[in-house]
Design a protein. Sequence first.
Length: 158
Amino acid sequence: MLVLQIIIKQWDKSQRTATHVLERANIPDRHPIIFPPAFYAVNKHCVIDRHGDDRQGGRLKYASLADGKIQFDRFQLNLDDKVIGYSGRTQSDKTPSVIGSLDNQWVQCKYTDRHSVFESDFYYWLYEEVTLNAIYLREFNDKIFMDTEPALVFENFQ
């Protein structure tokens, strides 16, 4: 079973003070998995657990691809060989950069980004820090991210 936990921190320009930075830094980058809000997806082959901000709604995007892979946020996961890859900001025909195996070891991936938002006749930058914790388990463990350390940590993909 594939277990995906995503933590999304979002802020705008007014929230870049030292106090705000400290508040965001104190938000954990892993949690125990609790149903709900966690839910099963992809014909119950995957558990998705989302934490954090979603200012505009609909931030979490995932899809089953024709080749049996899963596209989750900027990541592509292969259920056959249990490998995670980074596909980047835009969906393209480019092959994802392989990060590593998820087979009974978990990987933590972090990236930051910003994008323009138009809201109430006003444009502003919405900043994000996204953390993805991912593992493929033979037997589900709701505390896997709390009881063990990640085998691999990747940050700030370009």
